[in-house]
Design a protein around this ligand. Structure first.
Ligand SMILES: Cc1ncc(COP(=O)(O)O)c(C=O)c1O
Length: 382
């Protein structure tokens, strides 16, 4: 570091600024009752997933040893991709080592110079980064605003392909996108609808495949991105869509081509989680019931919680310092909640992002809501 005084000074100044704004982040391992992870269906520690992963390690070893297009290919991946495509009712799917990379892949492989990407203003960083890397023009539309999107689609110049990029369940606000409205607009305008189902896959829909299924817009979506490290309890992500589009990703998506394939054992665990999602709909029902209970208890306790039905419940606290203090007070009482601050959320909207998982009980939820109501008085403006 001493060899680069200018760089060291610059970084030190940036770190001081983060400290002044109460924006320093420190990784903290899981401690206490989980009210912040994305393990909504409590599959990450499920014995069947663990066993299938262990069996696969014994069979296949640890590393995949290369890119899928070199020696990293395995029958376990292709079998899993067939299984996921049929779960999602699409022609084909392709498995990536993370949702972040899957979004970069989709947004750099399909949109080209001369195209336009219309992107919801609250889209996840991985979608934003993918769009920044793409050669297409980017237009941001107000969050969840179907009419604004309609106007933008009407105004766009002729020529080029339009892409509309949204999440189905927003990760920090817990609200569900107006997918049916987007689907109708895209159908009329010939725009390609790209839907990130990161927090919806496994959770919504009669078969658990996500909000695309729940909204009945399967045939209107170009491709969906479905992370496997959240409700599915493992890691990676599936891009699902028509066979010709997925084949294009195999040929062109740089995060697929120029990266070592995931450990083959994750395919073993994911095979188990897909069959549990398909065979145990009661997990989704329990999640929905517990989520409704937590929202009700928080509102009864006088906390301001946006209306909604999902398992992601933001409790807006405003200032960064206040969010940190409330989170620490809850952690001290044995509840694992985390303060979410900019740039993950807009300035002045620091919050606790509460998430429900089916390992919680009614008793824990009631106790938690009462404790949070008391803790939230910290730093309250009167
Ligand atoms: C909406 C959304 N898309 C994509 C991702 C990235 O997925 P992964 O964690 O598998 O990289 C996330 C992760 O938080 C997300 O919330």
């Amino acid at each position: 570091m001493d060899g680069y005084p200018t760089l060291a000074r610059r970084i030190a100044a940036q770190q001081r600024a983060l400290g002044d704004a109460r924006l320093v982040r420190t990784p903290r391992p899981p401690q206490g009752i989980d009210l912040c992870s994305n393990d909504y269906l409590a599959l990450a520690r499920h014995p069947r997933l663990q066993q299938q992963m262990i069996d696969a390690v014994r069979r296949e070893g640890c590393g995949s040893t290369g890119s899928r297009l070199l020696r990293g290919e395995r029958d376990a991946f292709t079998g899993l991709e067939r299984q996921f495509a049929s779960f999602k009712r699409t022609g084909r799917s392709l498995y990536f080592s993370s949702g972040y990379l899957a979004n970069l892949a989709v947004l750099t492989a399909f949109p080209e110079a001369g195209d336009v990407i219309l992107s919801d203003e609250r889209n996840h960083a991985s979608l934003i980064d993918g769009i920044r890397l793409s050669a297409a023009r980017r237009v941001v539309f107000p969050h969840g605003d179907v009419e604004a999107l309609g106007r933008l689609l009407e105004q766009r110049p002729d020529g080029g392909q339009a892409f509309v990029v949204v999440e189905s369940l927003y990760s920090m606000d817990g609200d569900i996108a107006p997918l049916a409205g987007y689907a109708a607009l895209c159908r009329a305008a010939g725009a390609a609808l790209i839907v990130d189902e990161a927090h919806a896959v496994g959770v919504f829909g009669a078969r658990g495949s996500g909000l695309i299924e729940a909204c009945g817009i399967d045939t209107d979506v170009f491709v969906s991105v479905n992370t496997a490290g959240k409700a599915l309890g493992v890691s990676g992500a599936f891009v699902a869509g028509p066979a010709w589009a997925i084949e294009h990703l195999v040929q062109r998506a740089r995060p697929f081509i120029f990266s070592t394939a995931p450990p083959p054992a994750v395919a073993g665990a994911l095979d188990a989680s897909l069959s549990i999602v398909a065979g145990e709909p009661e997990r989704r029902e329990t999640l929905s019931r517990l989520s409704a209970r937590l929202r009700t208890r928080l509102i009864e306790a006088g906390l301001s919680v946006p209306c909604g039905t999902s398992q992601i419940i933001p409790v807006l606290l405003g200032e960064n310092e206040r969010a940190i203090q409330v989170a620490q007070a809850m952690q001290a009482q044995g509840f694992d909640v985390r303060a979410i601050r900019p740039p993950s959320v807009p300035l002045g909207t620091a919050r606790l992002r509460l998430t429900v998982n089916i390992g919680l009980t009614d008793e824990i939820i009631d106790r938690f809501a009462a404790a949070l109501a008391a803790a939230a008085r910290i730093g309250e403006k009167t």
